[in-house]
Design a protein around this ligand. Structure first.
Ligand SMILES: NC(=O)c1ccc[n+]([C@@H]2O[C@H](COP(=O)([O-])OP(=O)(O)OC[C@H]3O[C@@H](n4cnc5c(N)ncnc54)[C@H](OP(=O)(O)O)[C@@H]3O)[C@@H](O)[C@H]2O)c1
Length: 265
């Protein structure tokens, strides 16, 4: 799909992959709707984009509040007009062992990463179906393809996103809707710093794998290329984090042994 003059709604636009996607998409002449919880960061981003706030919208929302998302998003569509592409990017990770982790942390991860994705898609897909044209992009993870330590809840929520997107693609492909699932490996963002510990608090420290990960600029470039080419699913990353799904697919026992020996992917 061509990006020029398309309206693209991006969740998780206040930081990391989402923020960089917005910067690059705006340079390709897209109009953006910026969502996340931190309104100040969204306003700052909108003002820095070509065309500023007269071209781009700021729409703060909490993906954990899925029950109210539809009511919040739908009335805005009258002002915004047709949304051509939704990028479900907002999300939160985890760093804690299953035995130590409160059940509430699993609910929180599922609410934000999975139910939040469903709710945004429910709000924006009907308009796309009416126009028989649109694209849903969901940022899952390599953790949505393989398991590793400390991510039982995160991985579960990201596997769920992969499954949701596979089913949605099958249901909507013949109605002009394109579904792209993105599975990033380790990308240099605040994802590890913001990751939840066993009690649902940010762990507030970085991981070696993230510090040495792919740049956010390269990650956003690869995602946009996949959107333009109309790909169904991509893995984005470098080194082992990008190879993991292929190793698991062809050598599952080897992968599982390796995963049990490693502290971090
Ligand atoms: N970086 C990686 O290595 C990596 C790897 C695989 C997958 N991913 C996925 O990539 C996506 C983007 O993450 P990132 O790496 O860019 O991390 P990040 O820098 O921590 O950004 C996460 C974004 O999600 C938003 N967000 C978190 N909770 C939210 C909520 N309850 N409601 C609305 N927005 C919320 C945050 O905004 P607010 O705090 O302002 O709400 C922020 O904009 C996530 O889905 C993540 O799981 C990242």
């Amino acid at each position: 799909m061509d990006i020029k003059n398309k309206t693209i709604w991006v969740t998780g636009a206040s930081s990391g992959i989402g923020m960089e996607l917005c910067r690059q998409l705006a340079k390709l002449d897209a109009r953006l709707v910026l969502s996340a919880r931190r309104e100040e960061s969204l306003i700052e981003l909108a003002e820095s984009l070509p065309g500023g706030r007269s071209r781009h919208w700021v729409m703060p929302l909490d993906l954990a509040d899925a029950d109210n998302l539809l009511d919040k998003v739908t009335p805005q569509l009258a002002d915004i007009g047709p949304v051509h592409i939704l990028i479900n990017n907002g999300g939160i990770s985890q760093r804690s062992l299953f035995v130590d982790t409160d059940l509430s942390v699993y609910r929180q991860l599922m609410e934000v990463n999975y139910i939040g994705t469903l709710a945004m898609t429910k709000a924006l897909l009907p308009g796309m179906l009416e126009r028989q044209e649109g694209m849903i992009v969901s940022i899952s993870s390599v953790a949505g393809k393989v398991g590793s330590k400390l991510r039982t809840g995160y991985s579960g929520s990201k596997y769920a996103v992969v499954g949701f997107m596979d089913c949605l693609r099958a249901e909507t492909a013949q109605q002009g809707i394109h579904c792209l699932t993105v599975c990033p490996g380790s990308i240099k963002t605040n994802i590890a710093i913001n990751a939840l510990n066993e009690h649902g608090k940010a762990q507030n420290k970085n991981d070696e794998s993230i510090i040495n990960g792919m740049s956010v600029e390269r990650c956003a470039e690869d995602i946009i290329k996949a959107m333009i080419k109309g790909r169904d699913e991509i893995v984005v990353g470098k080194g082992l984090s990008a190879l993991a799904p292929t190793i698991k697919r062809f050598f599952p026992r080897f992968f599982n042994k390796m995963s049990a020996r490693m502290e971090y992917r």
